[in-house]
Design a protein around this ligand. Structure first.
Ligand SMILES: C[S@@+](CC[C@H](N)C(=O)[O-])C[C@H]1O[C@@H](n2cnc3c(N)ncnc32)[C@H](O)[C@@H]1O
Length: 196
């Protein structure tokens, strides 16, 4: 597998950002409409320009979006605040220990498939570290089994999800989102995972 370091900031500056849809993921919107807002402290890795962060944010929770691309974080911060959401320019793999165990929820959407597959163990270890015991990961995994070896997005399959997350999380719910961004139909898996 070809391993290259993705220059995310460069992609944003060139406007080569096909993941930017100008709105939150419809599957997240539907989940929140059906189940109510997520409560407590919520962490969003690779939040981009913050569409999902804003969808998650209410006056009763606190959402923290992290991204390593300054362009994305500037764009997110330029938007009018919904409630108490915050953004931080940071590398997911170099977060301060002060964040350990702080979060009730992590919301994952096209971050896991975006990182170098060689770092997937590290990604999962980071999410586990951030969550409180019994904390939950709400994930929209981009399952792209027909994708070639080059990414991002890198290949993700249900078997790989089990391999990386299975030892740390139990699956509370799993479904294919009824609504998604055009072109992603039947290529995503939503899960609520509970940290065991
Ligand atoms: C495919 S984009 C998805 C952005 C957003 N989740 C969305 O769906 O609109 C992946 C994002 O992850 C960010 N990212 C990649 N590696 C990261 C890391 N190590 N730490 C923090 N953010 C990272 C990129 O800058 C980019 O914004």
């Amino acid at each position: 597998m070809k391993q290259t370091q993705t220059d995310w900031e460069d992609a944003y500056q060139r406007r080569e950002t096909p993941w930017e849809k100008g709105k939150p993921h419809p599957g997240l919107v539907d989940f929140l409409a059906e189940n109510g807002p997520l409560v407590g402290e919520i962490f969003v890795p690779g939040c981009g320009s913050g569409q999902d962060v804003r969808a998650l944010s209410t006056p009763d929770n606190r959402v923290v979006g992290v991204d390593l691309a300054p362009f994305a974080i500037r764009k997110a911060m330029a938007r009018r605040k919904i409630a108490r959401e915050e953004y931080s320019l940071a590398d997911l793999f170099a977060l301060p220990a002060a964040l350990d165990g702080r979060f009730d929820w992590v919301f994952e959407h096209t971050c896991f498939c975006a990182i170098d597959p060689a770092r997937r163990d590290e990604y999962v270890a980071t999410i586990v570290r951030l969550l409180r015991p019994q904390g939950r990961l709400l994930a929209i995994f981009f399952i792209n089994p027909d994708h070639d070896e080059e990414g991002p997005p890198y290949r993700v399959s249900p078997a790989e999800l089990e391999k990386y997350f299975g030892g740390y999380f139990s699956v509370e719910r799993e479904w294919i989102p009824a609504r998604t961004h055009p072109g992603r139909e039947q290529r995503e898996l939503m899960r609520v995972l509970v940290r065991v």
